[in-house]
Design a protein around this ligand. Structure first.
Ligand SMILES: Nc1ncnc2c1ncn2[C@@H]1O[C@H](COP(=O)(O)OP(=O)(O)OP(=O)(O)O)[C@@H](O)[C@H]1O
Length: 326
């Protein structure tokens, strides 16, 4: 695993820590020995393509499904042994609560609050209104659920997770199926909760949807955690590239040969247009490459060192098919 945590691990006990966590279904190891580390106060983006094992991991964290082996600590207590104490401080959105279409948002939350034996019925109204306020739904609280947009439905589900005081919120793909506006609403909500001190673990198969709000990232591929660290640490793992724009396709082909012989990896056409090449810089020095290109008579129109992009790293970590942006 590419890990940047070891050197900078916070001294406070993490919100979530797993060691060697494994889950198999039949012969498939859908979670294959992962060491998750979600620091307190972080917004941890749990990323990976569909089917990479995110939901299964989250279900194990919440005690909804047992692991085959490995340890889980949530807020410093081991799961499932201490599930009943510790999970009351954890709000989650996994399958989403069953809301009734004909009831208002407020009435739906009151129903859910009423079935929580830890909740004092005398303070139900305050709790429900506080949760609606936190997710920005107070003004729409008396609309029926059926009239809510998808984004409002997701926010109501998060409000349900916030009816009790929470130290940790675990959200499984909260932006799935939302339009850009709904996605923005969820991002703002996550930022606001983080500002209040709630640790948030949020999964997504789309880097672009959660990258802006995350302080930390963990990347899953085929059941393994292939990278984990702060966003800055992960970004520093991304490859620096060079882009050479040439006068025509023939010169681009010559540029590709020169970059390849200089030891650059992933040399390829720029957008398939044939008038330039892009490659991973690696240990090569840009000034040497410029000298080599010009010395070989390549018609160079532009030479650019492209800063590391998280998207490129995710493509290389997770392989084809990881939809990193839209
Ligand atoms: N109850 C189950 N029985 C058998 N296989 C399962 C079960 N639950 C999940 N799987 C398989 O485990 C693998 C990981 O699924 P999981 O839902 O954890 O991935 P994911 O990263 O959350 O993807 P998605 O975003 O699509 O839910 C998939 O191949 C899935 O088919």
């Amino acid at each position: 695993m590419v890990s940047a945590h070891e050197e900078s691990a916070p001294r406070v006990e993490p919100a979530v820590a797993t060691r060697g966590l494994v889950k198999t279904y039949g012969r498939a190891r859908v979670v294959d020995g992962i060491d998750l580390l979600v620091p307190r106060g972080s917004v941890y983006g749990f990323l990976g393509p569909n089917g990479s094992g995110k939901t299964t991991t989250i279900r194990m964290l919440l005690g909804l499904v047992g692991s085959d082996s490995g340890d889980i600590d949530i807020l410093g207590r081991s799961i499932p042994a201490h599930a009943s104490d510790v999970l009351s401080r954890v709000g989650s959105l996994v399958e989403g609560p069953a809301f009734h279409n004909h009831l208002t948002g407020r009435a739906n939350l009151r129903r859910l609050d009423a079935v929580d034996d830890r909740a004092d019925p005398r303070t139900c109204r305050e709790r429900v209104d506080a949760a609606l306020t936190r997710v920005g739904l107070l003004a729409a609280a008396d609309k029926r659920f059926r009239a809510y947009s998808l984004g409002m439905r997701q926010r109501l589900a998060i409000a349900a997770a916030l009816l009790a005081e929470r130290d940790l919120l675990i959200l499984d793909e909260p932006t799935n199926g939302l339009d850009p506006q709904g996605t923005r609403e969820i991002r703002h909500l996550i930022s606001a909760l983080a500002a209040e001190g709630v640790t948030v673990l949020v999964s997504s198969h789309l880097l672009s949807e959660i990258e802006q709000v995350c302080t930390h990232l963990g990347v899953m591929r085929d059941g393994s955690l292939v990278a984990q660290g702060t966003v800055g640490e992960i970004r520093s793992l991304a490859p620096v590239q060079v882009r050479v724009t040439t006068t025509d396709a023939q010169h681009a082909a010559r540029a590709a040969e020169i970059l390849t012989s200089a030891g650059l990896a992933q040399v390829r056409d720029v957008d398939g247009a044939g008038a330039g090449v892009i490659a991973t810089l690696g240990d090569a020095r840009p000034e040497d490459l410029v000298t080599a290109l010009v010395g070989a008579g390549v018609g160079v129109r532009g030479f650019e060192v492209v800063p590391p992009r998280l998207e490129d790293l995710f493509v290389s970590l997770t392989g084809e098919g990881f939809d990193v942006s839209r």
